[in-house]
Design a protein around this ligand. Structure first.
Ligand SMILES: [Cu+2]
Length: 390
């Protein structure tokens, strides 16, 4: 292996980059208005590791000295606020690609390929009628992650990521933009598209070998709001399920290389929400209060459809297959989310407690990582839920 290969990064990093993963997505609505950078700048350790009892044994929060980042996972509340505009604008979205070694679970590391250093990539939000300008750079600007940018083009090629790109399912046009947006090392390219069809869409890398780029974490979501916007809610969350293919079995310690053989065999070792085991649990759980309206955008970035379910909740409104203009299905227990698709789910938080987000193919949740927590706080609702004596 050469270049920014996993082993080299794992073994060769003398100094650990302690810089926060400054996640630089800017939603600048041009020319009139600059929308605040919504992205959280967090230096989370792995304190979010409170584990469900059914999961793996708990491990102490030890920093990963061979990692490029302390946190690969994007928090579920890391998405821009509603657009809330009456007119069309130019929405500029700055993306960069970055390959980062990070913990998939305690003592298990993996080289992720990312947009803006997190899995999933930034949540992009536009309004029907907007022009969206995607600016994609290969490599982090002013990289704190220096080693990567010092590699030669040959080394990048050997590692399989001499080019990255983006295909957005919200685009009407060849390749969803990908033919215009193949960026090599150090390059930046831009393209514009008109957001015409309101919906919730997946975007992903489309550079060879495309399935490998996606499996390594290069996906995110874009919401095109209808002109009149979406109904007001109290909480919005952004969750993406992905399947990951490591050489070692689930939980095998140490650095895990990507297994193309397992990808081709459709046999992932991990099914993960937002990039790692327990990424959305404990301190990083989704949180809401009794009485609040919750909206979730849930997508499948990589290759295997999800059977998405929230244990103890019923989806009041389900907008299947990203079809946010269609009348929602009512009172749904579980939904299939196809690979490369997304849904919008709405429900009201009613009974306080802990709810688990799962893939209801439950070995994926209990044994392979597809588990997250929603914590609802508030007063008990005995008329809805209570213990009674025998
Ligand atoms: Cu890529």
């Amino acid at each position: 292996m050469t270049g920014c290969s996993e082993e080299e990064k794992y073994n060769g990093r003398a100094e650990k980059d302690s810089t926060a993963q400054a996640d630089k997505l800017k939603h600048s609505a041009l020319p009139v208005q600059k929308v605040e950078n919504h992205t959280t700048h967090e230096m989370a350790g792995h304190s979010g590791g409170e584990m469900h009892a059914a999961m793996m044994p708990s491990t102490k929060n030890k920093p990963c000295t061979a990692c490029d980042t302390d946190e690969i996972s994007r928090k579920a509340d890391d998405l821009p606020p509603p657009v809330n505009r009456k007119e069309s604008q130019l929405v500029a979205v700055d993306l960069y690609t970055d390959e980062l070694v990070a913990e998939m679970m305690p003592e298990v590391t993996y080289q992720y390929w990312t947009y803006n250093g997190k899995v999933p990539g930034p949540f992009i939000r536009a309004r029907a009628g907007d022009q969206v300008e995607i600016r994609l750079r290969h490599g982090k600007p002013n990289a704190a992650h220096k080693n990567h940018n010092e590699h030669t083009a040959e080394q990048h090629a050997a590692a399989g990521h001499s080019a990255h790109s983006i295909d957005l399912h919200a685009v009407i046009g060849p390749g969803g933009g990908a033919p215009l947006m193949q960026v090599g090392q150090g390059e930046e390219k831009r393209f514009r598209f008109k957001a015409t069809h309101p919906g919730i869409y997946v975007y992903h890398c489309a550079s060879p070998h495309v399935p490998s780029h996606i499996a390594n974490g290069m996906y995110g979501m874009i919401l095109v709001e209808p002109e009149e916007g979406l109904a007001k809610v109290d909480r919005e969350f952004y969750v993406m399920q992905g399947d990951f293919y490591t050489t070692g079995k689930f939980g095998a310690k140490g650095y895990q290389a990507f297994s193309k053989e397992k990808l081709l065999a459709e046999q992932p070792e991990y099914f993960l929400f937002n990039g790692r085991v327990n990424s959305l649990s404990g301190e990083r759980a989704l949180k809401a209060k009794v009485g609040e309206k919750i909206r979730m955008f849930v997508g499948v970035g990589s290759h295997i459809a999800s059977n998405f379910h929230i244990i103890g909740a019923i989806f009041d409104n389900l907008y299947q297959d990203g079809a946010i203009l269609s009348p929602p299905l009512k009172n749904v227990q579980t939904t299939t989310i196809a690979a490369g698709s997304a849904v919008m789910i709405e429900f009201t938080a009613q009974v306080p407690g802990k709810y688990l987000l799962v893939d209801h193919n439950l070995t994926r949740a209990i044994d392979k990582g597809a588990l997250a927590e929603l914590i609802i706080e508030g007063i008990e609702q005995p008329e809805l839920y209570r213990q009674v004596s025998n």
